[in-house]
Design a protein. Structure first.
Ligand SMILES: Cc1ncc(COP(=O)(O)O)c(C=O)c1O
Length: 436
């Protein structure tokens, strides 16, 4: 597998494209440096064909959690093909924009208006712009990841470690405008005091957070956040770019019945077609009219069409129940196989997006070895699985069978305290920058 075609091309690509691609989470270095197939030729359901026609089951995130209904989904494809045949961008607007706004407002009856754009980062920029246009206090308290843009990264101006616990340690602010400096402050998940302290001292007008990430809210965390947002007259924004439409149709906040002022969706709302949505209360959303928020490509019809078909399919088929049931099964099987082999595993994540790590100092080495050995068995597999409707029990059992084999190898290595036989470098974790 060493010197595979994908890696050879990647080396050349790095001379033309800084870092080799546009998304950190799709870089070879975070899966299996020098050995990952890197490029695909074709994808269908939960299978991917690499450039050399090797076929893998995707248990490595299904397109960074975006493709819950499987790759190249026939139903969505046929709608998109019709859309392309009848024009995807014209001088007039796409009716599906209105249909999608209606659909999202129907699902979230606390919201009255919607805006659309293409990526998650953009959606977070728009949400903060609108919130600032409405709010007297301009400072932002945030919890989680919200994108690559200036307002988020500028959290590291006042304290170089602001983003350490939220994204990556040591993120530099080169190229980021200082204009947001001193206005963006982090608080920590399930630690309500960290938010309360900011609200008491920092003139916060906006709270933006992921309502869940790797762990569920504890001790009524979300309802406490909501109460504080009311007490301090803050706009509350839930960023559901990753959490939305996975465990729960409409987003995790509907499951917990805690309603924000604005919510943001992306990724899985259109099964990987580019579209993101910002929905919210009318009095706040209307403030976008007092600012200039506008872009040609946000009117592209394919995203609206794909989102409508994705949401209709999910609603009709109760997809989230399947995703959660299969995800719980994977968590249970990981626990069983780890126990059987005397391996200490830490398991977390939403049920539809289970995550594990090896509870050992050399977790990264062990995880690299896991990915290396799973690849040999025909699986793209890292520490995160994003469950897709394209899985079935038979496929998952194949995956678990391969996990059993690899965990047995790992168990023997651990017992005999042997060097981990890696064929390439150790993968980078999210705790190491990949931007050079
Ligand atoms: C919660 C959250 N917000 C924002 C983003 C940024 O989205 P994008 O990569 O589409 O810009 C992500 C991406 O993973 C995310 O998980």
């Amino acid at each position: 597998m060493k010197n595979n075609l994908g890696q050879r091309i990647l080396k050349r690509a790095k001379k033309l494209i800084p870092g080799g691609n546009q998304l950190l989470s799709k870089r070879s270095e975070i899966f299996l440096p020098d050995l990952w197939p890197n490029y695909y030729k074709k994808a269908k359901g939960c299978k991917i064909w690499d450039l050399e026609n090797r076929v893998y089951y995707d248990f490595a995130g299904m397109g960074v959690t975006a493709c819950s209904l499987g790759y190249s989904n026939n139903k969505i494809n046929s709608k998109i093909i019709n859309c392309l045949r009848s024009g995807s961008l014209t001088t007039l607007n796409a009716l599906e924009e209105y249909d999608l706004a209606k659909k999202l407002i129907k699902i979230h009856n606390w919201a009255q208006m919607a805006k659309f754009c293409k990526s998650g980062g953009e959606a977070c920029m728009i949400a903060i712009r609108i919130a600032r246009a409405y709010s007297k206090n301009q400072n932002v308290a945030f919890c989680g990841y919200h994108g690559w843009h200036d307002w988020y990264l500028s959290a590291n101006f006042q304290n170089k470690k602001s983003l350490d616990g939220q994204l990556l340690p040591g993120l530099k602010t080169k190229g980021v405008s200082k204009s947001f400096s001193g206005s963006i402050y982090p608080f920590y998940y399930n630690k309500i005091k960290t938010l309360e302290n900011l609200l008491k001292t920092k003139k916060i007008g906006i709270i933006i957070m992921e309502p869940t990430r790797s762990m569920p809210p504890r001790d009524n965390f979300l309802s406490k956040v909501k109460k504080l947002s009311k007490k301090y007259k803050c706009i509350l924004i839930f960023d559901e770019i990753t959490s939305g439409f996975h465990d729960y149709y409409g987003g995790i906040h509907l499951k917990y019945k805690i309603y924000p002022d604005i919510a943001i969706f992306g990724k899985s709302i259109a099964n990987g077609y580019p579209i993101s949505a910002i929905i919210g209360k009318k009095k706040i959303m209307n403030k976008s009219q007092d600012s200039f928020i506008s872009s040609t490509m946000w009117t592209d019809r394919t995203g609206f069409v794909a989102a409508l078909e994705t949401l209709n399919y999910m609603e009709k088929n109760n997809t989230q129940k399947k995703l959660v049931d299969l995800g719980k099964f994977i968590k249970k099987e990981w626990t069983r196989v780890a126990k059987l082999n005397g391996i200490n595993l830490s398991i977390s994540g939403q049920d539809s997006m289970p995550y594990f790590s090896f509870s050992y100092k050399n977790n990264l080495e062990l995880s690299t070895y896991f990915t290396q050995e799973m690849l040999r068995r025909g699986f793209l597999a890292g520490n995160l699985v994003s469950v897709t409707d394209a899985y079935n029990l038979k496929i998952i059992k194949k995956y678990i069978y391969a996990v059993e084999e690899v965990f047995l190898l790992i168990s023997n290595l651990l017992k005999k305290k042997k060097k981990i036989p890696l064929k390439g470098p150790v993968k980078h974790s999210t705790f190491r920058r990949l931007t050079e």
